[in-house]
Design a protein around this ligand. Structure first.
Ligand code: SF4
Length: 199
């Protein structure tokens, strides 16, 4: 483990307080409310770039989320595999989750953290990637590289919460174009790397 980012403990504490006013990312909310890895898995597939049902019914149910034919296909295939191979349970390990249709590293990490409540991964999407770079925690070009770099420097006790905190912060304050630095709870700890314009 490399040296932890400066003030990481304070930053996490401030973000926890700040995000209370925002709506939680959907997979986290479902995980916290239901503690059901299956629902977290399905919500993750549905929110990709957003049961015994027919493809038509699933398509109808997820129509508002967009890209429904592909997502319906992933959901049906995933359910089939879970029933045939895992007795209807969601596997709780990285290798098997990554083999399910449509499940990439981010969804796998979300299911592990918010479905199974584990401290085993840092699910890294574009928000986590962008923020970790703006905060100077990593200097990376892709979410995949960011995930690897973060797991080397962020103390494990923060892994579980990191995605939830950075996604909520990234959706509401540290938005991609012109972030709201003037009302950001962690502004004094942020070097604002790469931020050309802010509000
Ligand atoms: S100070 Fe600005 S760039 Fe840094 S985390 Fe806050 S909103 Fe993002």
């Amino acid at each position: 483990m490399l040296k932890a980012p400066k003030n990481i403990g304070k930053i996490i504490k401030l973000l926890k307080k700040e995000i209370r006013q925002f709506k939680e990312p959907i997979a986290t909310e479902i995980g916290e409310k239901t503690k059901d890895p299956f629902l977290v898995l399905i919500s993750c597939i549905m929110s990709l770039r957003t049961l015994k049902l027919s493809k038509k019914q699933i398509e109808k149910a997820i129509f508002p989320v967009g890209f429904y034919p592909t997502k319906a296909k992933y959901i049906i295939e995933t359910c089939k595999i879970l029933i045939e191979k895992y007795d209807g349970e969601v596997p709780d390990n990285e290798e098997e989750l990554l083999q399910l249709p449509g499940i990439g590293r981010k969804c796998m990490g979300i299911v592990m953290c918010y479905g199974f409540g584990k401290n085993s991964h840092i699910p890294t999407d574009t928000h986590v990637h962008k923020l970790a770079n703006r905060l100077g925690w990593v200097k990376t070009k892709t979410p995949e590289k960011t995930e690897i770099a973060l797991t080397k420097t962020i103390p494990r006790k923060y892994w579980h919460d990191l995605n939830n905190l950075l996604v909520a912060h990234g959706q509401n304050v540290c938005v991609p174009v012109s972030p709201f630095c003037s009302k950001c709870a962690i502004s004094k700890y942020c070097p604002k790397i790469g931020v050309k314009k802010s509000r």
